[in-house]
Design a protein around this ligand. Structure first.
Ligand code: ZN
Length: 180
């Protein structure tokens, strides 16, 4: 890999760790949020044979426009990581001004229209989330709520299929493990 790409990946990792420094995952173990980002970036890296630095960087940054306290905006991402990365992150970012149910509905609706990279990232993100629910579920989640999350994630991923058989098989495997 070219040295410039290595530098960009490490900068993205550092940026993500800073942006999410005060956040923990919802799971019972309360893992640091960065664990989610390294898992998703590892998945997209494996899915693309380590050849797509842009996607790895976008995966590390995929939640910075959403749920964190450091007020990162789109322009900041363009300035630091370029338009290609910023656009992928924007594609997978929910409009947080909308109610949660509406955001979830829109993810299903938008999925088929995402770019190829954003689809791979979306599938990796959902696979990581299923894994978290299996390994370290939020303490207040009922079986019903877990089932609903799995069913919703499957619907979002259905709209992303056809881009990368490997990541789809990882997702399907985890989906199959969720027999609550
Ligand atoms: Zn995520």
């Amino acid at each position: 890999m070219k040295s410039k790409k290595v530098l960009q990946i490490v900068r993205a990792l550092d940026f993500a760790a800073w942006a999410h420094s005060s956040q923990r995952r919802k799971g019972g173990e309360g893992e640091p949020y960065i664990n989610h980002l390294t898992e998703v970036s590892r998945l997209v890296a494996q899915a693309t044979g380590g050849k797509d630095a842009t996607l790895i960087i976008a995966a590390l940054l995929h939640d910075v426009l959403e749920d964190q306290g450091k007020h990162v905006n789109y322009e900041m991402l363009v300035g630091n990581f370029g338009k290609r990365v910023a656009k992928i992150v924007r594609e997978v970012t929910d409009d947080m001004s909308l109610p949660k149910a509406e955001r979830k509905r829109l993810q299903i609706e938008h999925a088929p229209h995402l770019s190829r990279r954003a689809k791979i990232l979306k599938i990796a993100d959902k696979a990581a989330n299923l894994n978290s629910i299996i390994e370290s579920p939020p303490k207040d989640w009922s079986v019903q709520r877990k089932r609903e999350y799995f069913a919703w994630a499957a619907e979002v991923v259905a709209g992303c299929r056809g881009v990368n058989p490997w990541i789809e098989s990882v997702f399907d495997e985890r989906l199959g493990e969720g027999n609550f």
